[in-house]
Write a protein that binds this ligand. Sequence first.
Ligand code: PLP
Length: 397
Amino acid sequence: MTSDAQRLFQQQLEAIRAAGTFKQEHALASPQGGRVRVEGREVLNFCANNYLGLSSHPAVLEGARRALEARGFGLSSVRFICGTQDLHLELEEALARFFGFEAAILFGSCFDANGGVFEALLGEEDAIVSDALNHASLIDGIRLCKARRYRYASGDVAELEARLGEARAGGARLVVVATDGVFSMDGHLAPLDRICELAHRHGALVLVDDSHASGFVGRTGRGTPEHFGVQGQVDLLTSTLGKALGGAAGGFVAARREVVELLRQRARPYLFSNALAPAIAGGSLAAVRLLEGSTALRDKLMENARVFREALTQAGFAVKPGFHPIVPIMLGEARLAAEFARDLLAQGVYVVGFSYPVVPQGQARIRVQLSAAHEPADVARAVDAFTKVGKARGVLR
Ligand SMILES: *Cc1c(COP(=O)(O)O)cnc(C)c1O
């Protein structure tokens, strides 16, 4: 590398540090769970997407172990050459059935699913209307496709309706509304009932990325469509296996059969990237089977979230209202959020502070994520730690 190039990269790193947005990683010396080992000691973990505690669940480990032994470590092939195993087909069928779709197609990640889905299905004759707070992977996937782009303020159905009208007036062949089911910084849900109603009135399709909902939002964990009673009205569901559904890796699109078949022919991350490893397929399949059999884990998770939210609100914290296990504790200033997180880690509670540009200026926060891996005593300990630090820092109302 030339010294000019080296200097250029160094300067950019320094700018990130100077802005106070440098992301410091802490290495875990343990499996993922309600408790993890960080920096040589055991702490309660309240910042994982391990909503159902399946990342190290015995049934999931057993599914992965069996698949590893019976189907090997890796496929060394994309799906359409020689990388499709019976396990992939079983997992695709199980995901389609669980989420109430005709078919599903696996990707290496949900980032890949979102990266491939738009370009494969839409062209310049088409239009996409997307929520302004959509996940980076939806934004990138939309940018990779030639469809005309419209945007509405997050969750603003009046603006969505106006954009749908514009897309239609522009003569678009197909119009797709694309939204996260749950927005990860607030734990807020997209108003899917209104979105589906508007989309259908304008002859548009609805795509929902339910990564922060699949497996636990809705009475039986089918996600935001179930929560809003619009299962069957969402045309394309994209989601991840990397959060509640085992947490290893992988993503998928669930839709009608012809859509999934077309994606197998055209989606570039599917065609040009390696098949999911057998152990991941086997472990994820075990995860889906667990959820088909029982709602016990999502019920426990939701109860943990309810108790934690109530206790922190009661203690005087500014908690964004809602019911989702993402619980944002609003602190305002970036420095305060960072120091608050550091104090909590010292108290044995691992959480992360988020500040601009991930959230709006002046809305820095601690984002707590509850898990079914937490016991009531763990939740109580976290509440105590928050209260102690909150008092010391004078942020309680
Ligand atoms: C986490 C997340 C993704 C990325 O999922 P991966 O499988 O980790 O690539 C995509 N969309 C949303 C909304 C997410 O929260």
